[in-house]
Design a protein around this ligand. Structure first.
Ligand code: FES
Length: 495
């Protein structure tokens, strides 16, 4: 008998993006019923997907982890307590099923016995007895197991499925993650602050399913809140599949400005004129931001001089403690000058204020994504791509990157790694001294697998590039409402 799965769970089992399954359902290539697909149908559509062929999922997960610079040691297994509770629940279910089966078995045997007792010589009576005997034998015969169903049972042990109301977005919680950590990794814009049970901002109501506290918290939940099922998402993990009710950021206006004293973790050259600045926030004060936004940085040097600059954030909001920036050499930028001169080093403090900017992605639109960047415009694009991957926001992504100097493609190896490892990912690199002429050529080289009118396009770079690329995409029939731009002043400072 077929086992029915939600699209999110089915996608996880066969190792593809959920958006791909949605497209297949819409195209009539995959039958679904009330938003669910059967394991039989899934095996028909993905015959080679189990169990050893789930490498795609592993690869995507690995790429995500590498991309976010995270070392996830206990990615899959939940804590012993949660695993024990899940095993107990499955054991109970198994015991119930066994008990029912035994009762049915006894009942059917009795039925057969009574049929035999009352059997007469009529053909109808003989036919009924034969039919009952053969059907009983057939029911007792062991069919080959539904391997996807078996895998799904294992998946239920390793991870819990969370549905968020009212948005309807879904994610899985694996390993030792809290609801908050897993939600952020999956690109959800939950409200939160400290991440350690102090501020109370991550409050959510559990509508169904069971959760367990995994960290103690100082924030006092009132008796009424407890009774209504409120928990702090940073301190709780699901034991079973759960539904929670909480609000998510709908856009930049929902993210408050924050000021955080961060510490430099590393300053690393990416190219002759480009540095990677890696900042880390304190554990109790993480930066809440949306991919594609910017932040202002400032500090005082040892000689007392104040230096500052504003830059697009180059990392994913799913790693809210490790904030990265790509800083270009620029004499008019005092912070960049200090960094290139070696006047700031690891463990020095930098005050971060932000986030700002509206160059953000709505993961619910689900359109093919195109990113066009010039030089350091790639910083925002990197953040958006990593976020789109974590949020499973699009089935296909294209990066078009123009460099106006020889070492301008300072992270092309990262882009090639995405192309090698992800389905539906394309990357084109072009070199041109003139950003406007280069933009036109770059967009011309764009061979979209999707209809341009269906794509969402993000353009980031200096004004001449942004203007020329915008015109070129319009000419290629990308609707005005699908175009989002970020103009950089000088080499990197965002407006
Ligand atoms: S984020 Fe502060 S209590 Fe959860």
């Amino acid at each position: 008998m077929a086992h029915w799965l939600s699209l999110a769970r089915a996608a996880k089992l066969v190792g593809v993006h959920r958006s791909r399954l949605q497209q297949m359902v819409a195209a009539g290539e995959l039958a679904s019923r009330e938003g669910q697909v059967s394991t039989t149908e899934l095996l028909r559509a993905f015959p080679g997907s189990i169990p050893e062929h789930t490498g795609d999922l592993e690869r995507v997960t690995r790429i995500k982890e590498e991309a976010f610079g995270r070392r996830v040691r206990e990615r899959m297994l939940p804590s012993q307590e949660i695993l024990a509770q899940r095993l107990f629940a499955q054991g109970q279910e198994l015991a119930d099923t066994r008990r029912h089966l035994q009762r049915y078995h006894v009942l059917l045997e009795e039925l057969l016995r009574r049929l035999a007792e009352h059997q007469d010589t009529s053909p109808a009576s003989r036919e009924l007895a034969d039919w009952a005997e053969s059907e009983f034998a057939r029911a007792l015969a062991l069919d080959a197991p539904d391997r996807l169903e078996v895998l799904d049972t294992v998946l239920e042990l390793m991870s819990a499925h969370v549905t968020v109301r009212p948005s309807g977005r879904e994610f899985f919680v694996e390993g030792h993650d809290s609801l908050l950590q897993a939600g952020l990794k999956s690109g959800l814009g939950f409200a939160y602050g400290c991440g350690n049970g102090t501020c109370g901002l991550c409050k959510a109501r559990v509508l169904s399913g069971e959760v367990r506290r995994i960290h103690a918290h100082d924030y006092p939940l009132s008796e009424a809140e407890r009774t209504q099922g409120h928990v702090l998402m940073c301190c709780y993990a699901p034991v079973s599949d759960v539904q929670i009710e909480t609000l998510e950021a709908a856009g930049p206006a929902d993210i408050p400005e924050q000021t955080i004293v961060t510490q430099i973790r590393a300053v690393t050259p990416l190219a002759d004129d480009t540095l990677l600045l890696h900042l880390q926030t304190p554990r109790s004060s993480r930066l809440r931001f949306l991919a594609g936004q910017s932040a202002s940085l400032g500090t005082a040097l040892a000689n007392g001089a104040d230096v500052h600059g504003t830059y697009p954030i180059a990392s994913c909001p799913c790693d809210d403690r490790n904030i990265q920036f790509h800083v270009g050499r620029d004499e008019q930028d005092s912070l960049a000058t200090a960094l290139f001169a070696g006047a700031l080093k690891a463990r020095d403090n930098i005050t971060l204020t932000g986030p700002t900017g509206r160059f953000v992605l709505d993961p619910t639109r689900g359109r093919p994504l195109v990113f066009a960047a010039c030089d350091l415009g790639f910083a925002s694009v990197k953040s958006l791509v990593e976020y789109a991957l974590s949020a499973d926001a699009a089935a296909s992504m294209t990066i078009l990157w123009l460099a106006t100097r020889p070492d301008g493609h300072y992270l092309d190896n990262q882009c090639r790694a995405w192309v090698d490892s992800l389905d539906g990912f394309a990357f084109t690199a072009r070199q041109h001294d003139d950003p406007a002429a280069g933009a036109a050529q770059l967009v011309e080289s764009w061979a979209s697998g999707a209809r341009p009118a269906d794509c969402d396009v993000f353009i980031a770079g200096p004004a001449p590039f942004v203007n020329a690329a915008t015109q070129a995409f319009r000419a290629a029939s990308v609707p005005e409402t699908h175009l989002l731009t970020e103009t950089l002043i000088r080499s990197q400072t965002a407006v």
